[in-house]
Write a protein that binds this ligand. Sequence first.
Ligand SMILES: [Zn+2]
Ligand SMILES: [Zn+2]
Length: 172
Amino acid sequence: MKIPFTALSSARVRYTFDDVPVPVRKEDFKLQGSVKFSCVLQKKSESGIAMQGVVQATLLLCCDRCLTAYPYKVHSDMRLIYEVHYGEHGQVKDADLPVQGLNVVELSEPVIDIEEAVRQQLYIALPIQRLCMQNCRGLCPGCGSNLNNNPCSCKEDPQDSPFAVLGTLKKN
Ligand SMILES: [Zn+2]
Ligand SMILES: [Zn+2]
């Protein structure tokens, strides 16, 4: 899914993708269902293209507290300027200062890679803290059971747990 600058003009053109095959590392997150992407592309100059897009996807994240996978909906807007920079020998030139308030993406060739754009936007949309719910109770430090599903008995007296004994041994 690559769009060459030559396919674009000063008129705004909308592209819609119902299923972008985004390459993600499965340690980071998994995708649930398809990733949808819609964008408007417009040529601003011979070497510059403006993009306004919306990414919609459902990610499967792992909760930081209870380690359970949970769905996380992404509906993320993006605004970018793509600029091609040719150096003296066709090398990529050093990046110029970005235009204020806009993300400038430097390209070495005049082609927009849709999968890469969407992939980056998904990573930007990730929450800092991954929680299956605001008040997730996490795992019991005593027996390791998920406290959202089954309140365990060691909660009242943590010393009863075989794991608590290990804790005391460590301290001595
Ligand atoms: Zn949780
Ligand atoms: Zn417990």
